[in-house]
Design a protein around this ligand. Structure first.
Ligand SMILES: [Fe+2]
Length: 385
């Protein structure tokens, strides 16, 4: 991975890795990791966007999220990052240290023509091999990181796998879509994860619309019932309270349908996808057993939206999930694609781990709709569908 190089090198602070530019609704959230607490801003075509809380610049943090309008950055195709440490955020006459600046080119998702995305899921704290896998495939327009990117949210090192992996692949130069996985809900920092990841005002379910692609991101949370002993005390409650969180997403999907012309039926949308770490269309899973009606509601909504594909991780397998994995009502009118494996030559729909190997998925949004191919860390295409 290349190291961020400032254009002025005042050496007051530095980016630990290139910025991540994440798609959220009709904006980007640019996420910056610094080597020490600093104030941060992003400048695009003469407009400055800062990381502030109700007008007060954040000085006591080394991770920053700065929201910028997608249309502005897509047009400018470049942005600048400013970092300024402030050791003493005193009442009057604070003295920030000199500003370190970085400049990045940016390539937006094209408005027309064929568009390619690369999907990695279940990297579980790895950066090198998954990054090699995406880069070996060649040029693509946006990256999809589909959950369980760290092995947990127990440590900062695990949580920042997301930023290091995004930086290694995109170099801060093109967009990424991030989806939280169930492992990302575990551990000491799980309740603070929203400070490190792109969110819709704190929420991990959202939509995005870039070029002709409209996507809805869903988040099941954990993969077992909230009352599972792994999360605490089954009778009086533990650390998992995902059922109301999932039910809120049913309401969210219904709101999207009620406002379809501002969402999946908006002008210019020709491709519709749903992204979720867990393949909730697989009925025989414990958390599905406890909530069968809930996921039937999600499937009914996605059917109504006319999505082309539900793209998932979690299983450490690749392949199109057999229709027989779902037995409920309504039947999904879309396929469920499993996208990552920890081997260079996995069998379709079978797992297995081999150190130093990885398989991800290339998605192509073209005139023929959404097509996919699985590629390994050597860039070889796996010949099965
Ligand atoms: Fe998972």
């Amino acid at each position: 991975m290349t190291t961020p190089t400032p254009i002025n090198a005042v050496e007051t602070t530095s980016l630990l890795c290139h910025p991540g530019v994440f798609l959220i609704e009709k904006d980007y959230e640019i996420i910056l990791l610094c080597d020490k607490p600093a104030m941060a801003s992003v400048i695009i075509d003469g407009r400055t966007f800062t990381d502030n809380v109700n007008g007060v610049m954040r000085t006591d943090t080394d991770v920053h999220k700065i929201k910028v309008p997608m249309a502005l950055l897509d047009k400018a195709k470049a942005y600048r990052v400013h970092l300024s440490p402030l050791a003493d955020h005193c009442n009057y006459y604070p003295k920030p240290e000199p500003t370190e600046a970085y400049e990045y080119d940016f390539i937006p998702i094209p408005e027309t023509g064929e568009i390619k995305a690369y999907v990695l899921a279940d990297t579980h704290g790895q950066v090198t091999v998954p990054a090699e896998t995406a880069l070996a495939h060649g040029r693509f327009d946006f990256l999809i990181l589909l959950g369980d990117i760290g092995d947990s949210a127990a440590t900062k090192d695990q949580v920042t796998t997301l930023h290091r992996l995004t930086a290694a692949i995109t170099g801060g130069n093109f967009p990424t879509v991030y989806i939280r996985g169930n492992h990302d809900t575990r551990g000491y920092m799980a309740e603070h994860l929203h400070k490190y990841i792109p969110t819709r005002d704190g929420k991990t379910y959202y939509t995005f619309h870039a070029g002709p692609i409209w996507g809805v991101v869903l988040d099941c949370g954990e993969d077992k019932p909230d009352t599972n002993i792994e999360y605490g005390l089954p009778e009086t409650g533990g650390v998992a309270n995902f059922l109301p969180f999932r039910e809120a997403q049913t309401d969210y999907l219904r709101d999207l349908i009620a406002n379809a012309n501002a969402a999946y039926n908006a002008d210019g949308v020709t491709h519709r996808i749903a992204l979720c770490h867990i393949n909730f269309t697989y009925t025989n899973r414990p958390f599905n057993d406890k909530n069968p009606a809930l996921y039937e509601k999600w499937i009914g909504c996605l059917n109504e939206m006319g999505i082309d594909m539900l793209v998932c991780g979690h299983e450490h397998r690749v392949g199109l999930q057999p229709e027989s994995y779902f037995h409920g009502d309504p039947t999904p009118a879309f396929g469920t694609l499993l996208t990552s494996a920890h081997r260079d030559h996995p069998e379709p729909l079978r797992g297995g781990h081999k150190p130093g190997e990885f398989t991800g998925t290339s998605l192509t949004f073209g005139e023929d709709g959404l097509t996919y191919v699985f590629t390994n860390h050597k860039g070889e295409e796996l010949d099965f569908k």
